[in-house]
Each structure stands twice: as C-alpha cells, then as structure tokens.
Design a protein around this ligand. Structure first.
Ligand SMILES: NC(=O)c1ccc[n+]([C@@H]2O[C@H](COP(=O)([O-])OP(=O)(O)OC[C@H]3O[C@@H](n4cnc5c(N)ncnc54)[C@H](O)[C@@H]3O)[C@@H](O)[C@H]2O)c1
Length: 397
C-alpha cells in the first residue's frame, strides 16, 4: 500500500467510497490503515538574517540549499579562507563578504543569527569572539571531547548566548514523520530502536577527520546518539566498540557498534560500517522503531551509493488482532540533506522570536549527547569482558 504526504500538508480525511474507484473490500482496509502524518517542523514567522562563520562543504551542500528552500536570508559570510567565502557569496547571492571575524561580528545586523560551521576543534577559540547575548547555531559536534563541550557551554553561559547545536537529524522529514506517528500512539509503547548504516563513505574527503580522536563516533554516530536520546531519554550506560579499517588505519575508528542500556525491556543499538565497498547490493542504512502495537522503518538513502545517494523510504506497520501484519509505504517529501537543516535553523529562529518556548538542541542538551558520546569512547577504549583463557582441551575429546 502506498500513501503520499507532502511536507507541508497532510490529508485529514479518508477518501469516501464515491470519491474512489477502490473496491469497497479493499477500501475498508485502506480506511483503517491510512493515518494522517504531519512532518512539518516549527518555523519562525519572520526569519532573521544569517551570518555565516565558516563556509565549507556542509554549508555549500546543506545549509544554503536549505535556507534557500525555507526563504531564510543569508546576509553575510566570513571564512578564514577568503577565496572560499567569495566563491560561496557569488554562488549563493550573499551580499556581504567579511575579511575578518572582527568585521563580521561588529558589522552584523543586530538581530542576526550566527551560523558557525567550522571544525569542532576551532570552537573554544572562536565563540568568545562573538558579541554577548546573541543567537548562534553551532555545527556539531560540540567540541571534540566532553571537556571541550563543557568549556563551550561555560562560554555560552558567560556570554549569555542563545546557542543551539546543529544536530539536525532530529528534523529529517522521515524522523519528524516517525515521531508524529509515535506521538499519535500508532505503534504503542516503544521498546526497540535500531540504527544501522552499512555503506561506503569516502573519509579521505575530510582531511581534518584523520587526526580527530574517535572520529566516527564524534563526527557521525553522534547524530544517532543524539537521535536516540531524543526518543528514549538518557541511557544508564553504554557498551561500545569502534574499529579502524585496514584501508584507513590512521583514522581513529570508522566502524562502530553501540549498545545503549535502557534496562531489561528496551533494546537500542547503533551499528555503522562505512567501508562496505562491495557495491550497492548489500548496502543498508535505516532507523527502525518497534513498539507494542506496530513498527516504523525509515531508510536513509543519502548515505548509500555515495555520492549519488538512493531514495529514502518510509514504512509503518500497525498490528490488528487476528490479521497478518502488513506494511504501509508513505512518500515523505524532502530528505535529511538539505531539508533537516531548515528545521535546526528554523527552531532557533522560532525560539528567539518567541514562537516556541522549546529549543530542542540547546547547548545544555547537546552537552548530554556529548556525555553519552564520551561514554561510548570510554567503553570502546576500556575493552571487552575478558574471555576465560583457562579452559584446557581434554586430549580425549
Ligand atoms: N550536521 C551535519 O550533518 C554535518 C555534516 C558535515 C559536517 N558537519 C560539521 O561542520 C563542520 C565543518 O565541516 P565541513 O565539512 O564544512 O568542513 P570543511 O573543511 O569543508 O569546511 C570548514 C570551513 O571552515 C573554515 N574555517 C576553519 N576554521 C575557521 C575559523 N576559525 N574561522 C572561520 N572559518 C574557519 C575553513 O576555511 C573551511 O572553509 C564540522 O564541525 C563538521 O563536523 C556537520
């Protein structure tokens, strides 16, 4: 069964028999299983001007395409690499290129949102240079270590910055749709969440990652850690192992397994392998939620078949007594890149203007994600439960 839900509108009524050429016997089932899904994030009424600090790959590929789609105006741009800033300004029609960070922060419009997208190692030195009391969206991760994350939170507090972190997977249209279904009670009580990425990621394209500690955890799986927290709350602990790959031994981990401890009745794990270089056939990339009365599976096509990507997928199943389980496919408009970036920036703008009193990825919340990521790193370094090596083989068996 196939349904379509555009991002900004959702059907509120099921089709009547007279409107439809579907046979009545099938319509009965259709009417029962069709559930309105609303994947629309909160947007500001009056978008504010954005000042970019750092305008590298992610700004080109996701921030600016998303802002164009959402009609969020980019007023100015500063990048340590001036040539890069000028190229980006020309390509995306940004009026003002600043030569220095000082120029950017002193000449920015009073109501501007600073959009900081530099490597995490730069944040502790950069953030103190922003004017006090302003709004800032910081690219993830919040520093490269928990220690840096704490420092960044202190800086934000002392400067009274309204600061959020760009953990934008929370606003991916398929995640918004899943959350909406779960909030409607469609799958009952959530007792299982699984995220798996078996893909090929060309890590060599991001040289700064080669030197980063626990690179895969802190720069990729951290999205999943943040997402898990947003659905399940705080785990009491984690078991984890990150592994490098023979083709990239200098990178500190590029395949990671995480088991979250949520007690005896709630299972959650994350499994990433970014070195599946064997074609598309067995690549997979999905988030799956299972509950007492149903399940949802979202396929994240973006990560597969790099750099072209594959289509996303969204399916849900609702159990009905006495019937075989069946899955419903839903077309959800938009994808993780770039659409989710409208949500993270939109949520900060909406919070600043007072449209909402919730800032989901505020730095204090992001610090908690960093604390879980830190536990994942420590668990991996700490090693596994040692297998008893004292077992002697009997010569007779
Ligand atoms: N949220 C996501 O999904 C996502 C995806 C990719 C990257 N990122 C994050 O975005 C950040 C940047 O990643 P990228 O892929 O764009 O990297 P990149 O290397 O392509 O770009 C970084 C840019 O920042 C500039 N820069 C570095 N230090 C600076 C400073 N102190 N002041 C001004 N400009 C400075 C560089 O000149 C460069 O243009 C990283 O922290 C990364 O983790 C997030």
């Amino acid at each position: 069964m196939q349904e379509t839900f555009p991002a900004k509108s959702c059907p509120t009524a099921t089709p009547s028999a007279s409107q439809s050429s579907i046979p009545l016997s099938i319509l009965g089932e259709y009417t029962r299983t069709m559930i309105p899904i609303n994947p629309t994030p909160i947007f500001p009424h009056a978008p504010r001007p954005i000042i970019s600090i750092g305008a590298g790959g992610i700004v080109h590929d996701a921030h600016y395409p998303a802002y164009q789609k959402a009609n969020f105006p980019v007023a100015g741009i500063y990048d340590r690499n001036g040539e890069r800033a000028r190229m980006m300004a020309e390509k995306f029609g940004v009026a003002q290129v600043y030569d220095t960070l000082h120029d950017a922060v002193t000449q920015a419009p009073a109501n501007a949102i600073f959009d900081v997208a530099v490597p995490a190692s730069e944040l502790v030195a950069l953030l103190p240079q922003l004017p006090n009391g302003r709004a800032v969206l910081i690219q993830k991760p919040l520093g490269e270590t928990l220690e840096q994350a704490r420092q960044i939170c202190t800086i934000c507090q002392e400067k009274e910055l309204v600061a959020a972190v760009n953990f934008q997977l929370r606003w991916a249209p398929f995640v918004l749709a899943a959350r909406n279904l779960i909030e409607q009670g469609v799958i009952g009580d959530l007792h299982d969440m699984e995220i798996r990425a078996t893909v090929y990621t060309p890590w060599h394209l991001w040289p700064f990652l080669q030197a980063a500690p626990f690179a895969e955890i802190m720069y990729h799986s951290i999205h999943y850690i943040d997402l898990v927290r947003s659905f399940l709350g705080e785990p009491s602990g984690v078991y984890a192992k990150t592994t490098s790959h023979p083709s990239l031994p200098q990178m500190d981990g590029s395949r990671t397994t995480i088991i979250f401890d949520y007690g005896n009745l709630l299972r959650c794990n994350v499994e990433t392998n970014h070195h599946h270089a064997y074609g598309l056939r067995h690549q997979e990339s999905y988030i799956k939620w299972e509950g007492t009365t149903g399940a949802i599976k979202a396929t994240m096509g973006l990560l597969m078949n790099y750099p072209n990507g594959e289509p996303d997928g969204f399916e849900y199943c609702q159990l009905h007594k006495g019937q075989e389980p069946s899955w419903t496919s839903v077309n959800i408009d938009g994808s993780w890149f770039p659409d989710a970036f409208m949500g993270s920036m939109g949520s900060l703008m909406a919070y600043v203007e007072g449209t909402t009193d919730r800032l989901p990825t505020r730095v204090a919340d992001a610090l908690q994600t960093m604390a879980v990521a830190d536990a994942v790193c420590r668990s991996s370094r700490g090693g596994a439960t040692v297998v008893d090596s004292d077992i002697k083989e009997s010569p007779k068996h």
